[in-house]
Write a protein that binds this ligand. Structure first.
Ligand code: ADP
Ligand code: MG
Length: 269
């Protein structure tokens, strides 16, 4: 038993020392517990994930690395509620996803998550603005409101001048920034990106990572898959996956710190 000091006799309220409030650790955005994913059965079974446990805190910025076929996209698809584990548990914002039906999963996806893929997946013959507005039409917003929000998202990724261009009139880097604006426009707390710089040159990759850095500094949690060390260097935490297992998990800077490669605003004198 721990010995405790006797409490001082209560004085007048204005002298009373403040009681220590119990501090609740904020819920992780993502919690995977012993997640197994097997495609197919019997002889043909592919063991894509063989027991993955992972917590991702709010505001964290995580890079997932690993050879082709190691299970990265499978993990991302589960985190993104696009697929479900064969075994184990997956919680998003504390919600046990195994208790949700298809429609509820779709709602979680639309409200909480923004996706960015390697192939930009923009709709051709639609302007950048119309592409970015699309997720808002699904959310049932009015036209004027959709337009305002889509414009704001495009400004945020540095495309204020190209809002009316169609994908084919934009460079790869610009198209991917439109895709990021589309991922952002519903104000998701979590952004998932599967090899977002895979089709970009060095300069466009650096620009895109600058956008992710700023989004993270503004409070969004980011999980991205990459093959490139200089892309992973933007993250606060680097995880590597091998043969369906997490094999290393390296913390570079605290989840609530400034992203390591983002230039900090000059401190006030
Ligand atoms: P990574 O993204 O690291 O390249 P994946 O998660 O895409 O790896 O794939 C992991 C393993 O699971 C691979 O062997 C892949 O062939 C297999 N796999 C992925 N998706 C499916 C699927 N829908 N059906 C069957 N096998 C799959
Ligand atoms: Mg993949």
């Amino acid at each position: 038993m721990t010995q405790r000091l006797p409490r001082p006799a209560a004085g007048p309220p204005w002298e009373a020392p403040p009681e220590a409030e119990p501090v609740l650790a904020p819920e992780p955005v993502i919690r995977l517990t012993s997640v197994v994913k097997t495609y197919g059965t019997g002889e043909a079974a592919v063991h894509a994930l063989r027991g993955v446990s992972l917590d991702v805190a709010q505001r964290d910025y995580v890079a997932i690395m690993g050879a082709s076929g190691s299970g990265k996209s499978t993990m991302m698809n589960i985190i993104g509620c696009l697929d479900v584990p064969s075994e184990g548990e997956f919680l998003i914002d504390g919600i046990d996803t195994s208790r949700l039906d298809e429609q509820q999963l779709a709602m979680v996806r639309n409200r909480k998550i923004g996706f960015v893929f390697q192939a930009f997946n923009l709709i051709p013959r639609m302007t950048a603005l119309a592409n970015v507005e699309l997720p808002l039409s699904y959310a049932g917003l009015r036209a004027a409101e959709r337009r305002l929000r889509a414009e704001a998202a495009l400004r945020l990724v540095g495309l204020a001048e190209r809002m009316n261009a169609q994908p084919k009139q934009l460079s790869g880097g610009q198209q991917q920034r439109v895709a990021v604006a589309r991922a952002l426009v519903t104000a998701p707390s979590l952004i998932l990106a599967d090899e977002p710089t895979g089709n970009l040159d060095t300069k466009a990759s650096a620009d895109l990572m600058g956008v992710f850095d700023r989004l993270n500094a503004a409070g969004r949690t980011i999980v991205l898959i990459t093959h490139e060390a200089d892309v992973a260097a933007h993250a606060k935490r680097a995880i590597s996956v091998q043969d369906g297992h997490i094999v290393t998990d390296r913390r570079v800077t605290a989840a609530d710190a400034y992203p390591p490669l983002l230039r900090q605003p000059a401190s006030q004198p």
